[in-house]
Design a protein around this ligand. Structure first.
Ligand code: ZN
Length: 150
């Protein structure tokens, strides 16, 4: 494994063990829950959006390391962004994890999120990585009912 790959793996392990922005958000005005039944991953996502900017974002979740680290990194990536910018990031992330394993990730746009490029070689894990992002989209679109990756 390359040095960069190891660095990315460390990032995923760290975010799984010490998730950022974990917990409920009392004054959330957007909410969605997501479910990946294939793996048993669950995410509850709380947002406070004002003037179309994601001011605060928190999550509660359980499941595999990929799903929880992805939720943690997603919250750090979208805080302070407009919903349109967050959706652009969603598209870039989704495009990366569903691209062929040998395609170069769009790293400048994705930053640390490029850590999840490795899931492309494990197709069953793509849904784990995408769960938090699908849940984010549902919350921003005002669809609080559970999204499922099925
Ligand atoms: Zn999973």
């Amino acid at each position: 494994m390359s040095g960069l790959g190891e660095l990315y793996q460390q990032l995923i392990i760290d975010h799984n063990r010490h998730p950022r922005n974990a917990g409920a958000l009392e004054d959330a005005n957007r909410f969605a829950s997501g479910d990946n039944p294939l793996c048993g991953d669950k995410i509850k996502l709380y947002l406070r959006v004002a003037n179309d900017v994601i001011e605060e974002v928190r999550f509660e979740g359980s499941g595999c390391a990929i799903s929880q680290a992805s939720a943690s990194l997603m919250t750090t990536a979208v805080r302070g962004k407009s919903s349109a910018d967050a959706m652009r990031l969603f598209k870039a992330f989704h495009g990366m994890v569903t691209s062929p394993p040998d395609a170069a990730p769009n790293a400048p746009a994705l930053g640390k999120l490029a850590a999840f490029a490795g899931v492309r070689t494990f197709p069953a894990r793509v849904k784990c990585a995408n769960l938090a992002w699908h849940t984010l989209r549902a919350a921003l679109q005002g669809e609080p009912q559970a999204v499922s990756t099925e």
